[in-house]
Design a protein around this ligand. Sequence first.
Ligand SMILES: [Zn+2]
Length: 114
Amino acid sequence: MHEMGIILHLAKTMEDIAAEEGLTKIGSVTLEVGEVSGIMTDLFTDCWNYFAAKKDLIRGSELKLVTLPAVTFCENCKEEYETVKYGKICPFCGSKETYLVRGNECIIKEIEAE
Ligand SMILES: [Zn+2]
């Protein structure tokens, strides 16, 4: 499962941060998830809860998800537009010379100690 892999990775990152900052218990974690990251947020929360029941560091912690809108940039006319609405074809000039600027990320925004 894609989501589980990400959670495992996040848990590892949080353990590293907690060790660095001397935290023994995490109260909540805010995650920024890109609109086109492919992460199913419902599934993500389920995985988190499963994990939060097993690890002392994040036991009972709250996962807060913030969705980041996806933006695509057009090489041809140098405009930015909403990826989800228009896909890979620029709505301004019809060019396919476009690339994703943001919307594919999964970042730990904030960790609050309990
Ligand atoms: Zn364009």
